[in-house]
Design a protein around this ligand. Structure first.
Ligand code: ARG
Length: 455
């Protein structure tokens, strides 16, 4: 690469600072796929003879196998995965290898490799989202009749079912799925053929290359194609959102596993002990998921910030896209694997949830709605029940312990049937609007997800 233009070799310090092969070598499969497609186009254009093309195909296949087997010698002095593969190829087959980079730049080459990587990893992430949704769904089905308090501000609010909570998580992961899926469509554009910035005077059949590599579209502007890392930013955002969802779920599970709540117990296999306190069983997987989400955000911010001041076209800054991308992909894949394996092993302490769900205060809103159904404007009903809550609190009794007489002092609309309000299951049964947690709705949602997730 330096042979013609430079008199001196690169400084060791500069090489160490600028090499990327220690990071980008994991793109080797995509790099070689790209080179095979490029070679086919060069052959079709008459730049490579049939024999040269065959030589290139055979040698690249051997090189790929060597890399996969760990037998390939990566040279830091050769900067990146692209130069390493190309130099190894030329060492083996000479002139034919030296022709491979015709009408190609590392600028369109690296954009290609990264797009192939994002497409493949998006599919991996989507499959893992599905696996985790399935694990949540199985739990929901197993515990369909378990009731619990719903919390707002982390204060007991209204009754829900545990399955309703789990279905909420499935919804969030579904948005993640469609976000990653849509992002992969944006990555599905072939940049190869854009050269360094302005294509080439040697014109290759880009449609042929796209077909061989399985791209749906061709980039339509060579300058944009080598500049663009939107697809990587989007993927990082999608991964950060998955982290956000897993982190919030983690927070709930951590809280619910405390002695104070006691709603769930993590299995031993997904818990850790304390080096000091013998009694401890800590929810480290959930905590680490929450913690690693910070790094997922950091990775997104790192790439967005790298991009923001760049002049149009390729700039070496773009090399910094890989570390955050690889790190976020690895982190999210692992976290999803952990959750898919950890969720089925959770112990659900239904009795504890049920006990908490029987807190009469959870039915204060139902009580107000009882009055509304008897004709009272909601604002007045809200105030009336507020008075009852204050009265019960002052008397240190529960709302359900107030006598009918005491209730009637606040409103004459209260009658004998008011005692039926404080039943968690009948409260849930009345919540039949679309999306609300009536048991029939919850089981319909479980059936819907079952058919969508095919499990
Ligand atoms: N290692 C580089 C990267 O990851 C490849 C492209 C280098 N292009 C260049 N003109 N120096 O972005």
């Amino acid at each position: 690469m330096r042979k013609g233009r430079f008199d001196e070799p690169a400084s060791e310090t500069a090489q160490l600072f600028s090499e990327s092969v220690s990071i980008d070598r994991r793109l080797y499969h995509y790099d070689i796929q790209g080179s095979l497609a490029h070679a086919a186009a060069l052959a079709a254009a008459g730049i490579l003879s049939k024999e040269e093309h065959e030589q290139i195909k055979a040698a690249l296949t051997v090189i790929e196998a060597e890399i996969a087997a760990g037998d390939f010698r990566w040279e830091r002095a050769l900067e990146d995965v692209h130069m390493n593969v190309e130099v190894a190829l030329t060492k083996r087959i000479g002139a034919a290898g030296a022709k491979l980079h015709t009408a190609r730049s590392r600028n369109d080459q690296v954009a290609l490799d990264l797009r192939l990587y994002v497409k493949a990893e998006a599919a991996e992430v989507c499959a893992r989202l599905r696996a985790m949704q399935t694990a949540l769904l199985v739990l929901a089905e197993q515990h369909q009749n378990v009731v619990m308090p719903g919390y707002t501000h982390l204060q007991r609010a209204q009754p829900i079912s545990f399955a309703h909570y789990l279905l909420a998580q499935i919804e969030a992961l579904e948005r993640d799925y469609s976000r990653i899926f849509a992002g992969a469509e944006r990555a599905d554009v072939l940049p190869l053929g854009s050269g360094a910035i302005a294509g080439s005077t040697i014109v290759l059949d880009r449609e042929l290359i796209a077909r061989q590599l399985g791209f749906a579209k061709l980039s339509q502007n060579s300058l944009d194609a080598v500049s663009d890392r939107d697809f990587a930013c989007e993927f990082l955002f999608g991964l950060a959102m998955i982290g956000l969802h897993l982190s919030r779920l983690s927070e709930d599970l951590i809280l619910w596993s405390t002695s104070e709540f006691g709603f769930i117990t993590f299995s031993d296999a997904f818990s850790t002990g304390s080096s000091l306190m013998p009694q401890k069983k800590n929810p480290d997987m959930a905590e680490l998921t929450r913690g690693k989400t910070g790094r997922l955000y950091g990775n997104l911010m790192a790439l967005l910030t790298t991009m923001k001041g760049l002049p149009a076209s390729y700039n070496r800054d773009l090399q910094e896209d890989k570390r955050p991308l690889f790190d976020s992909v690895d982190t999210v894949r692992q976290a999803l694997d952990v959750f898919a394996a950890m969720l089925p092993e959770l112990t659900i302490n239904a009795a504890r949830m049920e006990m908490a769900a029987n807190d009469p205060n959870l039915f204060a809103t139902d009580l107000a709605e009882y009055l509304v159904k008897k004709g009272m404007p909601f604002r007045e009903a809200h105030e009336a029940v507020g008075k009852l809550v204050a009265r019960a609190t002052a008397a240190r009794v529960t709302l359900s312990n107030l006598s009918l007489g005491e209730m009637q002092e606040v409103s004459r609309l209260f009658e004998e049937d008011v005692s039926g309000i404080f039943d968690v299951r009948s409260s849930l049964q009345k919540r039949t609007a679309i999306g609300a947690p009536a048991p029939e709705n919850v089981s319909a949602q479980i059936a819907r997800w079952k058919s969508l997730l095919v499990c």
